[in-house]
Design a protein around this ligand. Structure first.
Ligand code: TYM
Length: 329
């Protein structure tokens, strides 16, 4: 049996990179009935950079609704909000007291993110990977489906588990990252050398799951392409290759099928069809999302049940940790 844990920060709009890079993997894992699945809305991670409180609350519910609308089935998966289980922050402190500073200093995402903080970097942002390790290790997670940018954090999580086990005895399961090779790093439609990102100020390069059909068509039409007119997946064609993967993931066709479909045709036809495939793909997700947002009772019940499951499971691990570390009486 695999135990799967993953999460997304409610720090902006969920986009097609998040969907293709992670949620689509979650859906596949959901099809294997023996898996235990835990999907979290990591609001404590979101506050490692400044957030507007009202907006944050709204985004937490929005992300939860998008999980369900995208096909995460609460009968098969546990969905909860990270801050509703305080065991995550409890375990983070214990990890803080055993992680060498040097391990944290190596984290490349911290370096990138802190460089962008106009108001200065917080201790929380530095400590982000320790909280992520706690998320994962609390539940005896065996596999963590994520995008490529999270690989280093999962390697760190393994190191933390192994170090803890060495000092205190077998307590944590070192997890494996699960990264979809093709969709590991979806790029901005405006700049194929930079990752599609929630925090990108220029949202024209990002297709959000809640974008209207008009916005989607406009963004795809304006997407940058490469020199030459061939529609092929090739290293020297980063922009077109990125569009081909997106097309493949939303249409269910393989990249080579799409390449042959557009042999001898231009970018115009390709983009027009991609935009329609995207609209067709997102329409049912948006419809279900709107239903869930109209009647929040259903969503509340899902998140309450998820939090209860999470607290129950993690409390056993915390008791064990307290005992082996020597905390309390
Ligand atoms: P976040 O919210 O930044 O991203 C959520 C997930 O989406 C993936 N992702 C992408 N995948 C492909 N192409 C992209 N352009 C792209 N942009 C984002 C990310 O890799 C991630 O899987 N630290 C995590 C949240 C987290 C977490 C966890 C994940 C907290 N605790 C425990 C797994 C397990 C993050 O930054 O999410």
């Amino acid at each position: 049996m695999k135990t799967i844990f993953s999460g997304i920060q409610p720090s902006g709009n969920l986009h097609i990179g998040n969907y293709i890079g992670t949620i689509s993997q979650w859906m596949k894992l959901q099809q294997e009935s023996s898996n235990e699945l835990i999907f979290c809305i990591v609001d404590l991670h979101a506050i490692t950079v400044p957030q507007d409180p009202k907006m944050l609350r709204q985004k937490i519910v929005e992300v939860a609704a998008l999980y369900v609308a995208s096909g995460i089935d609460p009968k098969k998966s546990n969905i909860f909000v990270q801050s509703e289980n305080s065991d995550h922050t409890y375990l983070t402190w214990i990890f803080d007291c055993m992680i060498p500073m040097g391990w944290m200093n190596r984290m490349t995402q911290f370096k990138d993110k802190s460089a962008k903080q106009a108001e200065g970097t917080t201790v929380g942002l530095f400590n982000y990977p320790a909280l992520m390790a706690a998320d994962i290790l609390l539940y005896d997670t065996t596999h963590v489906p994520v995008g490529e940018d999270q690989r280093q954090h999962i390697e760190l999580t393994r190191d933390i588990a192994e170090k803890f086990n060495k000092i205190y005895g077998e307590t944590f399961v070192p997890p494996e990252p699960m990264i979809d090779k093709q969709a590991a790093r979806m790029m901005s439609l405006q700049n194929p050398t930079s990752k599609m990102s929630k925090s990108d100020k220029d949202q024209t390069g990002t297709i959000n799951l809640l974008d209207s059909a008009g916005e989607i068509r406009k963004k795809i039409q304006r997407a940058v392409t490469d020199s030459g007119s061939e529609i092929v997946y090739r290293e020297d064609k980063p922009a077109v290759s990125n569009l081909l993967i997106i097309y493949s993931k939303v249409s269910g066709k393989s990249v080579s099928e799409i390449e042959s479909q557009y042999q001898g045709k231009g970018y115009g036809d390709f983009k027009k069809d991609l935009a329609e495939a995207m609209v067709e793909f997102l329409t049912p997700i948006q419809k279900r999302y709107n239903e869930l947002m109209k009647n929040k009772d259903e969503l509340s019940k899902i998140l309450d049940a998820g939090a209860e499951f999470a607290r129950h499971k993690s409390s056993k691990k915390i008791e064990m940790v307290k005992k082996v570390v020597g905390l309390g009486r």
